[in-house]
Design a protein around this ligand. Sequence first.
Ligand SMILES: [Zn+2]
Length: 114
Amino acid sequence: MPVYKYYCDKCGKYTKKVARIAERHEQTCDECGCELELAVPDRVFTILDIDPYFDTGFGCRVDSRQHKKRIMRERNLVDVRDYPSHNVDEWVDETQEKARKMVEKEKRCAEANC
Ligand SMILES: [Zn+2]
């Protein structure tokens, strides 16, 4: 049985409970007996898909979110929207630093013939 996270309005506390899927909306608080609210809405688990489109950035057709993820993984790309905006600059610096180090390492390896 899955574990769900609940919020009790009366106690103002979060709790975790093991519940049957069919009974996930019928859990009560251990402390006050009130009906618990699911803290994670069901819709979080629903992955909305996208209509297929031609991505000019990738230069190919994207059929679904899954497909897009796969393309990005294959090309070692990261969606900038996955990062909080205030961290983007930092993250870009970090990525460039990593790329620089990788190039340096490759150079050293080429020189050392490893
Ligand atoms: Zn309660």
